[in-house]
Design a protein around this ligand. Structure first.
Ligand SMILES: [Zn+2]
Length: 347
Protein backbone atom coordinates (compact mmCIF):
# COMPACT_ATOMS: atom_id res chain seq x y z
CA UNK A 1 0.00 0.00 0.00
CA UNK A 2 1.37 3.35 -1.09
CA UNK A 3 0.30 5.14 2.06
CA UNK A 4 1.24 2.52 4.60
CA UNK A 5 3.80 3.41 7.26
CA UNK A 6 7.30 3.41 5.73
CA UNK A 7 8.78 1.72 8.78
CA UNK A 8 6.32 -0.95 10.02
CA UNK A 9 4.15 -1.11 6.86
CA UNK A 10 0.94 -0.82 8.92
CA UNK A 11 -1.97 0.49 6.81
CA UNK A 12 -4.04 3.51 7.89
CA UNK A 13 -1.92 3.94 11.01
CA UNK A 14 -0.77 7.55 10.56
CA UNK A 15 -2.64 10.14 12.59
CA UNK A 16 -2.10 13.92 12.76
CA UNK A 17 0.36 15.16 15.39
CA UNK A 18 1.56 18.67 14.59
CA UNK A 19 0.75 21.34 12.02
CA UNK A 20 3.82 23.14 10.63
CA UNK A 21 4.75 25.42 7.76
CA UNK A 22 7.35 24.08 5.33
CA UNK A 23 9.69 26.97 4.50
CA UNK A 24 6.83 29.43 4.84
CA UNK A 25 5.20 28.33 1.58
CA UNK A 26 3.16 25.24 2.50
CA UNK A 27 1.06 24.25 5.49
CA UNK A 28 1.38 20.55 6.30
CA UNK A 29 0.76 18.05 9.09
CA UNK A 30 3.34 15.84 10.71
CA UNK A 31 1.62 12.48 11.31
CA UNK A 32 2.57 9.74 13.74
CA UNK A 33 2.22 6.00 13.22
CA UNK A 34 0.07 4.48 15.94
CA UNK A 35 1.88 1.17 15.80
CA UNK A 36 5.60 2.10 15.59
CA UNK A 37 5.70 5.82 16.43
CA UNK A 38 7.34 6.86 13.15
CA UNK A 39 6.62 10.50 12.28
CA UNK A 40 6.31 11.85 8.77
CA UNK A 41 4.59 14.59 6.83
CA UNK A 42 1.41 13.24 5.21
CA UNK A 43 0.00 13.31 2.64
CA UNK A 44 3.32 12.93 0.87
CA UNK A 45 4.41 15.97 -1.11
CA UNK A 46 3.86 15.95 -4.86
CA UNK A 47 6.67 16.70 -7.34
CA UNK A 48 5.13 20.14 -7.84
CA UNK A 49 5.09 20.88 -4.11
CA UNK A 50 8.72 19.79 -3.86
CA UNK A 51 9.60 22.29 -6.60
CA UNK A 52 7.83 24.98 -4.57
CA UNK A 53 9.98 24.38 -1.51
CA UNK A 54 13.25 24.13 -3.47
CA UNK A 55 13.14 26.95 -6.02
CA UNK A 56 16.41 28.22 -7.52
CA UNK A 57 16.35 30.91 -4.85
CA UNK A 58 17.06 28.09 -2.39
CA UNK A 59 20.71 28.85 -3.19
CA UNK A 60 20.32 32.61 -3.10
CA UNK A 61 21.86 33.90 0.12
CA UNK A 62 19.88 37.15 -0.15
CA UNK A 63 16.75 35.11 0.52
CA UNK A 64 16.29 34.43 4.20
CA UNK A 65 15.33 30.80 3.87
CA UNK A 66 17.02 27.80 2.32
CA UNK A 67 20.66 27.17 1.74
CA UNK A 68 22.63 30.27 2.58
CA UNK A 69 26.02 29.45 4.03
CA UNK A 70 27.50 27.79 0.94
CA UNK A 71 30.34 30.28 1.01
CA UNK A 72 31.52 28.73 4.29
CA UNK A 73 30.51 25.25 3.22
CA UNK A 74 32.89 25.14 0.27
CA UNK A 75 35.83 25.17 2.68
CA UNK A 76 34.16 23.04 5.32
CA UNK A 77 33.53 20.30 2.76
CA UNK A 78 37.16 20.39 1.73
CA UNK A 79 38.00 19.31 5.27
CA UNK A 80 35.22 16.68 5.35
CA UNK A 81 36.52 15.26 2.06
CA UNK A 82 40.10 15.08 3.35
CA UNK A 83 39.11 12.71 6.17
CA UNK A 84 36.37 10.90 4.25
CA UNK A 85 38.85 10.12 1.44
CA UNK A 86 41.12 8.32 3.94
CA UNK A 87 38.18 6.23 5.09
CA UNK A 88 37.04 5.44 1.54
CA UNK A 89 40.55 4.35 0.53
CA UNK A 90 40.44 1.61 3.16
CA UNK A 91 37.09 0.31 1.91
CA UNK A 92 36.95 0.25 -1.89
CA UNK A 93 39.35 -0.08 -4.86
CA UNK A 94 41.19 3.15 -5.83
CA UNK A 95 39.52 3.36 -9.23
CA UNK A 96 36.01 2.69 -7.90
CA UNK A 97 32.83 4.58 -8.75
CA UNK A 98 31.32 6.98 -6.26
CA UNK A 99 27.92 8.69 -6.38
CA UNK A 100 26.70 11.50 -4.17
CA UNK A 101 22.92 11.74 -4.11
CA UNK A 102 21.82 15.26 -3.16
CA UNK A 103 25.21 16.76 -4.02
CA UNK A 104 23.93 20.39 -4.01
CA UNK A 105 26.60 22.68 -5.50
CA UNK A 106 29.17 19.86 -5.71
CA UNK A 107 31.60 21.02 -3.00
CA UNK A 108 32.15 17.61 -1.43
CA UNK A 109 32.47 15.83 -4.79
CA UNK A 110 34.93 18.38 -6.07
CA UNK A 111 37.12 17.99 -2.99
CA UNK A 112 36.86 14.17 -3.09
CA UNK A 113 38.07 14.27 -6.66
CA UNK A 114 41.20 16.04 -5.44
CA UNK A 115 41.91 13.57 -2.64
CA UNK A 116 41.07 10.29 -4.42
CA UNK A 117 41.38 8.71 -7.86
CA UNK A 118 37.74 7.59 -7.84
CA UNK A 119 35.33 8.29 -10.67
CA UNK A 120 32.81 10.59 -9.00
CA UNK A 121 29.25 11.40 -10.08
CA UNK A 122 26.54 13.52 -8.52
CA UNK A 123 22.78 13.88 -8.56
CA UNK A 124 20.59 16.72 -7.33
CA UNK A 125 16.94 17.73 -7.81
CA UNK A 126 17.83 21.40 -8.15
CA UNK A 127 18.49 22.41 -11.77
CA UNK A 128 20.63 25.31 -10.59
CA UNK A 129 22.73 23.10 -8.31
CA UNK A 130 23.48 20.72 -11.18
CA UNK A 131 24.26 23.66 -13.47
CA UNK A 132 26.63 25.16 -10.89
CA UNK A 133 28.49 21.89 -10.17
CA UNK A 134 29.01 21.24 -13.88
CA UNK A 135 30.07 24.76 -14.76
CA UNK A 136 32.20 25.57 -11.72
CA UNK A 137 33.96 22.23 -11.26
CA UNK A 138 33.31 20.28 -14.48
CA UNK A 139 31.63 17.56 -12.42
CA UNK A 140 29.42 14.82 -13.86
CA UNK A 141 26.18 15.86 -12.15
CA UNK A 142 22.69 14.87 -13.27
CA UNK A 143 19.46 16.59 -12.26
CA UNK A 144 16.49 14.69 -10.84
CA UNK A 145 15.46 12.28 -8.13
CA UNK A 146 17.15 8.92 -7.64
CA UNK A 147 14.14 7.11 -9.11
CA UNK A 148 14.32 9.31 -12.21
CA UNK A 149 18.06 8.79 -12.74
CA UNK A 150 17.79 5.06 -13.71
CA UNK A 151 21.39 4.12 -12.89
CA UNK A 152 22.45 0.60 -13.87
CA UNK A 153 22.21 -2.15 -11.22
CA UNK A 154 25.26 -2.86 -8.99
CA UNK A 155 27.08 0.06 -10.60
CA UNK A 156 28.61 2.01 -7.71
CA UNK A 157 31.17 1.09 -5.06
CA UNK A 158 30.35 3.92 -2.70
CA UNK A 159 27.30 6.14 -2.28
CA UNK A 160 27.08 9.31 -0.18
CA UNK A 161 23.77 10.65 1.12
CA UNK A 162 24.31 13.51 3.47
CA UNK A 163 21.17 15.20 4.85
CA UNK A 164 19.03 13.61 2.16
CA UNK A 165 16.85 10.78 3.51
CA UNK A 166 14.73 13.22 5.55
CA UNK A 167 13.91 15.14 2.34
CA UNK A 168 12.73 12.26 0.11
CA UNK A 169 9.02 11.52 -0.20
CA UNK A 170 9.36 7.70 -0.07
CA UNK A 171 12.30 6.73 2.17
CA UNK A 172 11.84 2.96 1.83
CA UNK A 173 11.71 3.06 -1.97
CA UNK A 174 14.62 5.45 -2.01
CA UNK A 175 16.77 3.06 0.05
CA UNK A 176 15.74 0.07 -2.07
CA UNK A 177 16.84 1.96 -5.18
CA UNK A 178 20.12 2.96 -3.45
CA UNK A 179 20.72 -0.69 -2.67
CA UNK A 180 19.94 -1.79 -6.24
CA UNK A 181 22.57 0.47 -7.81
CA UNK A 182 25.27 -0.40 -5.26
CA UNK A 183 27.46 -3.45 -5.90
CA UNK A 184 27.41 -6.23 -3.35
CA UNK A 185 29.85 -5.34 -0.56
CA UNK A 186 29.68 -1.65 -1.59
CA UNK A 187 29.13 1.09 1.00
CA UNK A 188 26.55 3.74 1.75
CA UNK A 189 27.64 6.63 3.97
CA UNK A 190 24.55 8.35 5.28
CA UNK A 191 23.89 11.29 7.59
CA UNK A 192 20.34 12.13 8.67
CA UNK A 193 18.88 14.05 11.61
CA UNK A 194 17.82 12.52 14.89
CA UNK A 195 14.05 12.90 14.35
CA UNK A 196 13.36 13.51 18.01
CA UNK A 197 15.89 16.37 18.24
CA UNK A 198 14.50 17.73 14.99
CA UNK A 199 10.83 17.77 16.03
CA UNK A 200 11.00 18.55 19.75
CA UNK A 201 11.60 22.32 19.38
CA UNK A 202 8.77 22.55 16.82
CA UNK A 203 6.37 20.69 19.11
CA UNK A 204 7.27 23.00 21.99
CA UNK A 205 6.76 26.05 19.77
CA UNK A 206 3.41 24.76 18.53
CA UNK A 207 2.24 24.19 22.08
CA UNK A 208 3.40 27.65 23.22
CA UNK A 209 1.57 29.35 20.31
CA UNK A 210 -1.60 27.40 20.99
CA UNK A 211 -1.50 28.16 24.72
CA UNK A 212 -1.05 31.87 23.99
CA UNK A 213 -3.95 31.77 21.50
CA UNK A 214 -1.74 32.97 18.61
CA UNK A 215 -2.59 31.92 15.07
CA UNK A 216 0.99 30.93 14.28
CA UNK A 217 2.65 27.76 13.08
CA UNK A 218 6.15 26.46 13.81
CA UNK A 219 8.38 27.03 10.80
CA UNK A 220 10.20 24.00 9.38
CA UNK A 221 13.02 25.82 7.66
CA UNK A 222 14.87 22.86 6.17
CA UNK A 223 11.92 21.15 4.50
CA UNK A 224 12.32 17.85 6.34
CA UNK A 225 9.56 15.30 5.65
CA UNK A 226 10.48 12.31 7.86
CA UNK A 227 11.61 12.10 11.49
CA UNK A 228 13.44 8.87 12.24
CA UNK A 229 14.57 7.33 15.49
CA UNK A 230 17.73 5.22 15.54
CA UNK A 231 15.66 2.01 15.67
CA UNK A 232 13.44 3.07 12.76
CA UNK A 233 16.56 3.63 10.67
CA UNK A 234 18.26 0.38 11.66
CA UNK A 235 15.10 -1.59 10.81
CA UNK A 236 14.70 0.18 7.49
CA UNK A 237 18.34 -0.39 6.53
CA UNK A 238 18.26 -4.10 7.24
CA UNK A 239 14.99 -4.51 5.31
CA UNK A 240 16.39 -2.70 2.27
CA UNK A 241 19.54 -4.84 2.03
CA UNK A 242 22.09 -3.07 4.21
CA UNK A 243 24.22 -4.15 7.12
CA UNK A 244 25.20 -1.43 9.61
CA UNK A 245 29.00 -1.27 9.88
CA UNK A 246 29.13 1.70 12.23
CA UNK A 247 26.89 4.35 13.68
CA UNK A 248 27.60 7.53 15.62
CA UNK A 249 25.74 10.48 17.10
CA UNK A 250 27.14 13.75 15.83
CA UNK A 251 26.63 17.40 16.89
CA UNK A 252 26.03 16.52 20.52
CA UNK A 253 25.92 20.09 21.79
CA UNK A 254 23.33 21.16 19.21
CA UNK A 255 21.39 17.97 19.91
CA UNK A 256 21.26 18.71 23.64
CA UNK A 257 19.97 22.20 22.89
CA UNK A 258 17.30 20.90 20.51
CA UNK A 259 16.13 18.36 23.08
CA UNK A 260 15.86 21.13 25.68
CA UNK A 261 18.56 19.62 27.94
CA UNK A 262 20.75 22.70 27.37
CA UNK A 263 19.16 26.16 26.88
CA UNK A 264 18.04 26.73 23.30
CA UNK A 265 19.25 29.56 21.13
CA UNK A 266 16.41 31.92 20.39
CA UNK A 267 17.32 32.46 16.74
CA UNK A 268 16.83 28.79 15.94
CA UNK A 269 13.17 28.96 16.97
CA UNK A 270 10.79 30.54 14.51
CA UNK A 271 7.06 30.65 14.00
CA UNK A 272 5.08 32.10 11.12
CA UNK A 273 1.67 33.76 11.19
CA UNK A 274 -0.89 31.75 9.29
CA UNK A 275 -1.81 34.68 7.04
CA UNK A 276 1.88 35.04 6.02
CA UNK A 277 2.08 31.54 4.56
CA UNK A 278 1.79 32.15 0.84
CA UNK A 279 1.88 29.35 -1.65
CA UNK A 280 3.73 30.69 -4.73
CA UNK A 281 2.51 30.15 -8.27
CA UNK A 282 3.62 27.05 -10.09
CA UNK A 283 7.37 27.47 -10.67
CA UNK A 284 8.57 27.90 -14.24
CA UNK A 285 10.21 24.93 -15.88
CA UNK A 286 14.00 25.14 -16.04
CA UNK A 287 14.00 25.79 -19.81
CA UNK A 288 15.11 29.23 -20.89
CA UNK A 289 16.56 29.96 -17.49
CA UNK A 290 20.18 30.19 -18.62
CA UNK A 291 20.41 33.95 -17.95
CA UNK A 292 18.95 33.57 -14.50
CA UNK A 293 21.29 30.67 -13.71
CA UNK A 294 24.26 32.65 -15.01
CA UNK A 295 23.46 35.61 -12.73
CA UNK A 296 23.01 33.35 -9.72
CA UNK A 297 26.21 31.51 -10.63
CA UNK A 298 28.18 34.76 -10.64
CA UNK A 299 26.67 35.84 -7.35
CA UNK A 300 27.47 32.54 -5.64
CA UNK A 301 31.05 32.45 -6.96
CA UNK A 302 31.66 36.07 -5.88
CA UNK A 303 30.52 35.31 -2.36
CA UNK A 304 32.64 32.18 -2.20
CA UNK A 305 35.69 34.20 -3.21
CA UNK A 306 34.93 36.90 -0.67
CA UNK A 307 34.66 34.36 2.14
CA UNK A 308 37.72 32.34 1.13
CA UNK A 309 40.17 32.07 4.02
CA UNK A 310 43.66 30.61 3.28
CA UNK A 311 44.06 29.45 6.90
CA UNK A 312 41.08 27.14 6.47
CA UNK A 313 42.83 25.35 3.59
CA UNK A 314 45.75 24.05 5.69
CA UNK A 315 45.76 20.40 6.73
CA UNK A 316 46.93 21.61 10.17
CA UNK A 317 43.66 23.53 10.48
CA UNK A 318 41.79 20.41 9.26
CA UNK A 319 43.27 18.38 12.13
CA UNK A 320 42.54 21.02 14.72
CA UNK A 321 38.87 21.20 13.61
CA UNK A 322 38.69 17.42 13.39
CA UNK A 323 39.80 17.16 17.01
CA UNK A 324 37.03 19.48 18.20
CA UNK A 325 34.52 17.39 16.25
CA UNK A 326 35.73 14.16 17.83
CA UNK A 327 34.65 15.68 21.14
CA UNK A 328 31.21 16.38 19.68
CA UNK A 329 30.50 12.74 18.82
CA UNK A 330 29.25 9.74 20.73
CA UNK A 331 28.79 6.05 19.94
CA UNK A 332 25.44 4.67 18.82
CA UNK A 333 24.16 3.81 22.27
CA UNK A 334 23.33 7.46 23.02
CA UNK A 335 20.71 9.23 20.94
CA UNK A 336 21.26 12.81 21.99
CA UNK A 337 23.05 14.11 18.91
CA UNK A 338 21.42 16.37 16.36
CA UNK A 339 22.37 13.92 13.58
CA UNK A 340 23.04 10.22 13.09
CA UNK A 341 25.94 9.10 10.93
CA UNK A 342 25.92 5.58 9.46
CA UNK A 343 28.30 3.53 7.42
CA UNK A 344 26.29 0.73 5.78
CA UNK A 345 27.41 -2.18 3.63
CA UNK A 346 25.23 -3.80 0.98
CA UNK A 347 24.75 -7.44 1.90
ZN1 LIG B 1 4.65 2.41 11.67
Amino acid sequence: MADACDICKAADSMSPLLEVSLLGVLTVWVHQCESCGFRQIRPRLTREELALIYPDEYFDSAEDIGYCDYDRQAQRYERVAYFLAKRIRRLIPPQGRLLEIGCALGFLLHALKRYTSLYVQGLDVSPFAAYFARKMYGLDVACGTLQEAHYPSEHFDFIIQKDLLEHVTHPREHLLESSRILRQGGYLWLITPNGEANLRPLQDLGRASRDAGRDELPLMEQGHLSFFTKDHLLGLFSETGFECVSMRNISIRRGLRALGILPRKRKTLKTIKRQDIVRPDRPELPHGKEDHFQRLFEQVSREMEKRYNPVRSWPLYFYQRQLSQVLDRLPAFFTIGLDFEFLLRKE
